[in-house]
Design a protein around this ligand. Sequence first.
Ligand code: WT7
Length: 621
Amino acid sequence: MPKQTALTPELQTYWSEVANTFFWKKKWESLQTGDFNDVDFKWFNGARLNITENCLDRHLEKRRNKKAIIFEPNNPNEAASFLTFGELHLSVCRFANLLKKKGIKKGDVVCFYMGMTPELMIGLLACARIGAIHTVVFGGFSPQSLRGRLDDSKAKLIVTHDGAYRGDKVTPLKSMVDEAVIDLTTLETIIVVKRTNNPIEMKAGRDFDYAELIKDCDLYCPAQEMEAEDPLFILYTSGSTGKPKGLLHTIAGYMVHVGKSFKDVFQIKENDIFWCTADIGWITGHSYLTYGPLLNGTTTVMFEGIPNYPTPARFWEVIEKHKISILYTAPTAIRSLEKFGPEIPESFPMKSLRVLGSVGEPINEEAWQWYHKHVGKNQCPIVDTWWQTETGGIMISPLAGITKLKPAHATLPLKGVEPILVDDKGNIINELVATGNLCIKTPWPSLARTIYGDHERFIQTYFSTYKGLYFTGDGAKRDEDGYFRITGRVDDVINVSGHRIGTAEVEEAINENPHVTESAVVGMPHPIKGQGIYAFVTCNDHLDNTEELEKAIRDTVTKIIGPIAKPDAIQIVEGLPKTRSGKIMRRILRKIVENDLDNIGDTSTLLNPDCVDKIIKGKKN
Ligand code: WT7
């Protein structure tokens, strides 16, 4: 029996109409099959295409000389540069030929561990051109994290920079790669793009200089004809266990939803200059810095630096300089600039701005108002876009200028997305005004298809908590207008500056420190980052100098995961609250950290009720 579709006839018509606006070498045989019970959903099966023809080739006739990428370097005194669609097409072909020359074939995995320069975006598209699978590892992850991802993905080749600029620092990426790949047999080749000219070592036969290789590569490379459900990329993200999950996205569904959602949410116009400030190492940088804009023939801005370098006026200067019409950034960035006062953005008219976007974490009302007033001058709608690495594209968001806004609300689902709220017992909440766990009822095209190499974990994580539904891990409220307000994670994931960090991952890292017996990590409210990391730690020996111990613990976490997971507060405790069966009661610790002492609940049944008072007394914030 051929599998049935989970979609209503109306949605089937909708998605086929959307898909028909893209370029296919061969159209699909079935639009959609499978559901959240079988967890084997397919979109556009039987179709053949190449996503880079949709991002590049099909624009050449009308947009060959239009800017595709504007590159704004870290240092404002270094000239900005740009690539037209025509030039980007040639660069992608050339990079694709370089990959081929190094033995990369359809289905091979290529890793990118780079700063934000155009070569990174070109590299991803080069993979897609020849059917290789890209996996980007954010440059803020440690060599050890990189190694874990290289090992899991079995990448054959990695592209890196000698170093990456970030503000006044240089991250020595190549030497970090060297450390990551020691005795790793699956990785064969390292390609180094020179950027900072810091000293590096090159191992003969394994390491190659990008500039040397690329100059002999041909400027044309035919687009490999791919199946709709062939993989496009793997992107790792944290979950509730220590091991990061490699979410696998496939070509056609990802393309259709990302392309369409970009166009609708931001209400894209031909002359837009779109700036997404995310790093390409995160899903936002994949979907709305790279693929979304290019699929729509939109000029996308790539920024190498950070919001407050050399001064907290940098964002506004970049907006004026490149006449940016849409700014898509994270609440953390807004809050970190807010603290320097409204005078700074107020001294920039930013007349080119038309739409503002927010992504990655709940935006608090104050930050929303500040963004609206001082950046958007009360003229620009803010689209608060809710989505996830897993969802591939935006799921709940206002459509710029169309949806009536409500500060701090992601508002309504995009067409084709069916969110529902479920109570803790798994019952669907039918009342309009409600609070619950956010689930999605039916498949949409850009949902990840699996966790690379571990489909069972994929099923367990997303489709087992509530049978037949996709569970997001977020809590949400729905109001009388049917508007959603995302309240944050309800699982063991912390959202630090819009980046997802698993508590288990941090705990495992902390426990590597030889002085540590046990640890429990919870999220704490943080005025800028949204959430910070609070670690409770028990030690196996008495140490006079806890400051030194705290430093050692932070160093351990930095070494194992990377600086982004460094705890903001560490409290050394005698004991952690545990149930009689020995399970750490993180819920209690969370209440303590949130200063919600009235809701700690009954602690008398704990194995060690005394520890709770002691922990409260020694609290760090
Ligand atoms: C988690 C996903 C979305 C791409 C970047 C992060 C939180 C994301 C919002 C929003 C409230 C949000 C959720 C989600 N989140 N956008 N507009 N309002 N929360 O992707 O690393 O996969 O994290 O970010 O908690 O589950 P990610």
